[in-house]
Design a protein around this ligand. Structure first.
Ligand SMILES: [Zn+2]
Length: 591
């Protein structure tokens, strides 16, 4: 296999994990591709926070590929898991979906109006589209497809044969007896009660049940009602004959496990089985799976039964969301990666994950913070572009090596550059322009063309997709009372009430307007007017000026905001002035 020199410096967490993962893979399976894995449950809209489950191994796999090794990033779709609850707020779904609780996610109907064949496929599709936009290359594995086609048959029979060993391992971590599964009853059991009894949410971990026939790490889905409310009542190792009874519908049957494909290993056994089956070397997990007695820790012991070894598995910290409290997501009340990609370019989202170690928590901004984040990103881009730093770890330039590495991981993968916005104008400016022009693209283009008259943009396409993201942010995440509405008519009363210094400041501004009509020019001009008014040159530096100038500037800016948009704040003034246009500025300022 090709061995390319390792990067000269290990500058960031991704490089360090790649070092470890490559070495470990060579030790375990010499000459084979490096296997990293993620698991996602399409039990509802896949939360943006869960993207870390994918981005962490993605970035490591990508670094492995950059070094010339082969890597497989498996995404295990846990679509054969039981449907646990009906998520709130999903369009096209009502309370009747509760009747499917207990069935595999692929046996639950998709929300009404969905083009997808079932529940799992519906939510998987949205995630797949986001991963494509993010440049995440992966092999998706449907656990429904695996289990129902008998791919894991040997592993299932092996687990059943060694059920006492598995039970003994699990027993070390059991603090209390597992909740008794309801025994065969005459009448169907209320599923809501069962659901409440076992705890809710996908994080609830299942390690199998011990009935009168002993412990079994395998659970069939009922042949009559398709639900997993079944209890194995007998199993014969030699014939592999298994008898189960369904507590939901009363159905019972005896099957031969050597040819039966409608059931699965319980989660705490299923996960380590797959580590062994796929040869997974790296799979991080969230805090909920990493605590003592959790599935990752227990899996580390169970994996040996399947002849495998536990992967390197860092715990990743929680990813928070800011600014989504007021704005509910369009898809089920939780922000999804698609929601984030509506308002930010994939590079920015990749960067958020790349620059923080997995054990560091961070927030993804849907509020005003996104503008600051973009400013920071643009500064980094400028530093990287200005420096000599080309490759990860090369250092140089003015970007710190770790920052340059995070930038590189954000903008490209081993497969190439992610599509870029040709003219990445400041997000803040684009957001203001979208805010003020409210969907009028011709106006937006005029304003954007005037930002830099020496090198004007010729078409809105040059500013896309960043412009579209900023526009989506304004339209979906900025509350109506924070939107900018330019006055239709001058505020005659306010204009009439102005004192002489205020009138003079407006005259100074208007006199120089035409000569300063660009983003840089107007920036200089609006700060310069109060200086000139106080008898200083327009380009005097803060050191040459008395502190009162700052107050005068603030007062002047507030006056302009009032006259232009009827409030005391708004988008940055140079952007606002360009957006309003020279003629209208003159009218509104009382010329
Ligand atoms: Zn049943």
């Amino acid at each position: 296999m090709p061995i390319v020199a390792q990067s000269t410096e290990t500058t960031d967490w991704v490089s360090r994990f790649a070092d470890e993962v490559i070495a470990e893979s060579e030790r375990r399976a010499p000459g084979k591709p490096v296997v990293v894995a993620s698991g996602l449950s399409p039990s509802g809209p896949i939360h943006l926070g869960n993207l870390r489950e994918v981005m962490t191994p993605h970035l490591v796999a990508d670094e492995v590929r950059r070094r010339g090794h082969q890597a497989r990033h498996l995404i295990s779709w846990d679509d054969y898991d039981r449907y646990r609850k009906v998520p709130a707020g999903v369009p096209g779904v009502d309370e009747t979906w509760a009747e499917h609780i207990g069935k595999p996610l692929t046996s639950v109907p998709a929300p009404k109006g969905s083009p997808h064949p079932n529940w799992a496929e519906h939510f998987k599709a949205a995630m797949v589209a986001s991963l494509a936009e993010l440049g995440v290359e992966f092999d998706g594995i449907s656990q429904t497809a695996q289990y129902t086609s008998g791919v894991y048959r040997e592993q299932i029979l092996h687990a059943m044969k060694h059920r006492r060993d598995i039970d003994a391992i699990l027993d070390q971590y059991r603090t209390k007896k597992p909740a008794k599964q309801p025994q065969k009853s005459q009448k169907p059991v209320d599923e809501a009660e069962l659901e409440a009894a076992e705890g809710s949410g996908a994080a609830a971990e299942d390690d199998g049940s011990s009935g009168s026939a002993g412990y079994f790490p395998y659970k069939p889905y009922c042949g009559n009602c398709e639900k997993d409310l079944t209890t194995v009542t007998a199993y014969d190792d030699d014939s592999t004959e298994l008898t189960y009874a369904c507590t939901a519908c009363g159905f019972s049957e005896t099957v031969r496990l050597s040819e039966f494909n409608r059931g699965k290993l319980v989660w705490k056994v299923d996960w380590p089985m797959r580590w062994a089956y796929e040869g997974v070397v790296f799979e991080p997990s969230g805090v909920d799976h990493s605590s003592p007695g959790s599935s990752f820790q227990v899996g580390g012991q169970i994996v040996g039964i399947f002849g495998g070894t536990q992967p390197i598995g860092p715990m990743y910290a929680f990813v928070g969301i800011s600014g989504m409290a007021k704005m509910s997501s369009s898809k089920g009340g939780v922000p999804t990666p698609a929601d984030a990609l509506q308002i930010m370019e994939p590079q920015l989202l990749r960067w958020l994950y790349a620059r923080r170690r997995p054990n560091q928590s961070f927030k993804i901004a849907f509020d005003q913070e996104i503008q600051r984040l973009y400013d920071e990103w643009d500064r980094l881009e400028a530093k990287v572009a200005g420096g000599t730093s080309q490759a990860i770890g090369a250092g140089g330039g003015s970007a710190l090596p770790a920052d340059a590495a995070a930038h590189s991981r954000a903008v490209r993968t081993a497969a190439g550059e992610l599509p870029r916005t040709p003219r990445p104008l400041p997000y803040r400016t684009l957001a203001s322009v979208a805010d003020i022009t409210a969907g009028h693209e011709d106006q937006a283009l005029r304003i954007l063309g005037e930002l830099d008259p020496a090198n004007p943009i010729a078409s809105l396409e040059e500013a896309r997709p960043r412009y579209d993201k900023a526009e989506a942010w304004i339209n979906t995440h900025v509350p109506a009372d924070q939107r900018t509405v330019v006055r239709q008519e001058p505020d005659a009363e306010l204009l009439k009430s102005l004192d002489e210094p205020s009138r003079q400041s407006l005259r100074l501004l208007l006199d120089g307007l035409a000569d300063h009509w660009s983003l840089d020019g107007l920036t200089h001009h609006v700060y310069g007017v109060p200086k000139v008014q106080a008898g200083f040159p327009a380009d005097a530096t803060p050191k040459e000026l008395p502190p009162e100038i700052k107050t005068a500037q603030r007062t002047f800016f507030a006056l302009l905001y009032h006259l232009l948009v009827g409030r005391d704040t708004g988008p940055r003034l140079p952007t606002l002035l360009l957006a309003v246009g020279q003629d209208r500025v003159r009218t509104l300022l009382g010329e």
